[in-house]
Design a protein. Structure first.
Length: 324
């Protein structure tokens, strides 16, 4: 670790209880097993599902989607978030962040549509982005069937899901989808990647430190994890469709955006630099940063910082909706 950076006491205590440091490495099969195991191991520590949340399963072409809405919904149409799960494009499913989607709908007047996009390495880029756009189109066309407002749609996701939330919004804003270019009214991008580490714009290179500072001995993901995700999905150094920071010309088209970053994360500066770049382009941006914590720490409900993160994220989403 550089300087005198320190993990939070609660994170160090958790690692002591776990008997080691968790980091996602290995083949796609190994990563999926680790990711699934993590989700299952903490499931018992989460509260039981709120019975007031109505969940329905659908299939869009060959893509499973899951719709979350409150049973208390009135006839008034509410904003819709299209959710993309994390997992480095390699792992994750509708179930892996079911807890997150439920809490959002429980605390915000919104509908969440979670898209189970195809995974790498079996499916290379742009398969994941294509699936997200197909999910957007289906949601737009069917919005009123679940009390959603097709005029108030936003993207939301973490890690690889944050990448896809940003990239889908960009594609739509550029008129590269079957939807109107003004469809997306906001973005919630949690610990996203926005730049290829080998192709950071010159003006930001001096600030792009986290990829190297957090290269090794870092929980959750490190440099090896980031490189593997890009390689498995075949996201090369010039792929601006996935790594939106590298296309500054499109930034002025982005809607209000909320970005979260973590100190001990090789993607930390992706989010920080993207927030700055969007602001320079005139976009309304809010952000939250978590010192002493690693990538996607909120997957672990036993951390007291998880509740803090959720409160901040809910407030960020409410701000996004207020801008619509």
């Amino acid at each position: 670790m550089a300087g005198n950076r320190e993990y939070t006491a609660s994170w160090l205590e958790l690692e002591a209880q776990l008997g080691g440091r968790l980091v996602v490495h290995g083949s796609a099969k190994e990563q999926r097993a680790l990711f699934t195991g993590l989700v299952k191991s903490v499931a018992a520590q989460r509260p039981p599902p709120n019975e007031n949340i109505q969940v329905s399963e659908h299939t869009v072409g060959a893509i499973p989607v899951r719709v979350y809405r409150s049973k208390d919904a009135t006839d008034e149409l509410v904003p819709i978030g299209i959710f993309a799960h994390g997992g480095g494009f390699v792992a994750g499913s509708l179930d892996s962040e079911d807890f997150f989607c439920r809490e959002v709908v429980e605390r915000v007047q919104t509908v969440i549509v979670s898209v189970d996009y195809r995974l790498a390495p079996e499916n290379k880029a742009p398969a994941q982005l294509e699936d997200m756009l197909q999910g957007f189109q289906w949601t737009h066309d069917n919005a009123t069937s679940f009390n959603g407002d097709a005029n108030k749609m936003y993207t939301i996701g973490a890690s690889a899901g944050g990448v896809l939330s940003l990239s889908a919004a960009r594609q739509i804003a550029l008129g590269r989808s079957t939807l109107p270019s003004t469809t997306i009214k906001g973005i919630v991008a949690l610990v996203p990647q926005a730049y290829h580490p080998q192709n950071v714009p010159e003006k930001y290179k001096s600030d792009f430190l986290a990829y190297h500072e957090n290269a090794t001995n870092i929980p959750m993901i490190d440099k090896i994890s980031v490189d593997a995700a890009l390689e498995m999905a075949s996201v090369d150094t010039n792929n601006v469709d996935y790594l939106v920071g590298m296309d500054p010309g499109s930034h002025k088209l982005f809607p209000p955006t909320y970005i979260a970053t973590c100190e001990f994360d090789p993607l930390r500066d992706d989010g920080k630099i993207l927030a700055r770049a969007l602001q320079e382009a005139g976009v309304s941006v809010r952000s939250a940063h978590y010192d002493g914590l690693p990538h996607c720490f909120w997957f672990l409900p036993m951390l007291h910082e998880t509740a803090v993160f959720m409160n901040h994220t809910i407030d960020g989403l409410k701000w996004i909706i207020s801008q619509m």
